[in-house]
Design a protein around this ligand. Sequence first.
Ligand code: AMP
Length: 216
Amino acid sequence: MNVILFGPPGVGKGTQGEKLAAQMSMSHLAMGDILRAAVRNGTDAGLKAKTFMDAGKLVPDEVVVAMIEDRIAEDEAKGFLLDGFPRNVAQAVALDEMLTRHGLNVDHVVFMDAPEKNLLDRLCGRLICRACGFGFHRQYSPPQKSGICDRCGGELYQREDDREEVIAHRLEVYREQTRPLLGYYHEKEGFSKLDASGETAAVYAALKQVVEIQHG
Ligand code: AMP
């Protein structure tokens, strides 16, 4: 099974995507994580991406499209869940072309949404583990020991682009470039909308239902 999750920053794509991919034994291809790994490893693509990411802007399409194609090709047998790709209509078109070339289909496109107040609350309080990438929240899901990851003992940090001034810009980029994907996907087979304003467990139950019901 292949799935696309899209929606605004902070809506919970990463958290929900990780859970669903693990349960369905799909590869979780999170574009932001792939880019952050490239930055850490100092690859050419990572060097190109970093300034865009720190400013809350989209990394150029040719960079992300090439990176995701490599990963899709590696993981096509297992099935994949795309989180954070595509992020504009040009990327969606490139993805469709790529899938056709590889003889693949997308079974579900899920649009997750929540009011902007929830998104701001979630993003401003978010803490990420440097070692394993797991996410916490200062208020809603704090780690047992301050600054330390419960899962692996790694150091927790606030993402450079989770500062308030960058968040405002990311939300603007979302409204202008990513939200129009709704027009691209809403009439396609397998499209659904999910209210992601509730707690993690409730949103996950709803997401699973969408995927399972449609899957029969
Ligand atoms: P995320 O972890 O999904 O919030 O992504 C973090 C940052 O990575 C974004 O603000 C962009 O700078 C960059 N990014 C992630 N996905 C894409 C994409 N599909 N296209 C362009 N830039 C992206």
